[in-house]
Design a protein around this ligand. Sequence first.
Ligand code: ADP
Ligand code: ADP
Length: 229
Amino acid sequence: EAMISFRNVSKHYGGGTAAVENLSMDIDRGAITVLVGPSGCGKTTSLRMINRMVEPTSGSILVDGQDIAAQRASELRRSMGYVMQSSGLLPHRTVLDNITTVPRLNGVSKPEARKRAAELLDVVGLASALGKRYPGQLSGGQQQRVGVARALAADPPILLMDEPFSAVDPVVRHELQEELLRLQRDLAKTIVFVTHDIDEATVLGDRVAVFATGGRLAQYAAPEEILRA
Ligand code: ADP
Ligand code: ADP
């Protein structure tokens, strides 16, 4: 059963050409779905419509069977972690504080939040000692791992990831991909992952949605099918 459904969704920014054109797609629960395609084909727009950072011009999006247009964006986002290309960490807070901020706002006690943050550092493959550092004292790849840990901190069922590994060098990117596949085996989140890299898409995706210029869905299939095309 689908966790996220796009139903005839279009997005036109400021009346211009379509960023996304009549998108209908069911995203599987507990799987990694990758949105791939050339720059400007509507991947980020599609991702951001799921958490209502962007509102569709027409059509509807259901999450867990519920139309998100009828939900408060703040409420909706509790069920969704968001990771982007820049880690977006607060530079003047330690790694541990960055990870615990949202759970603390949600009323989790400080000791509990810190304990969980230490576990999450382990989940993303970082030594717990790094928790005391500031983001600027970490490598790019380490910062992205912290970004993933932070997105997981509230234990959301859905993880939205927008080119999270594209700013790091190829060796580190490969490590991060492996780490994501490893943690997904345990956590079984519903992950929607945006990339322009077809290799990354086929390595990570349980299903791959290929977007074409003009914001159209050109192909939606298992990675083996995409490779054959
Ligand atoms: P992708 O993620 O595939 O690179 P985007 O969803 O970012 O594509 O963009 C799709 C199209 O919409 C592009 O032509 C882009 O320039 C345009 N676009 C994206 N965001 C905005 C915006 N806030 N205002 C106007 N146009 C936008
Ligand atoms: P990222 O690469 O981090 O996903 P972008 O650099 O594509 O983000 O876009 C940064 C911001 O600019 C976003 O808020 C996006 O919606 C907006 N944007 C992207 N393309 C356009 C555009 N053609 N016109 C206006 N705003 C845009």
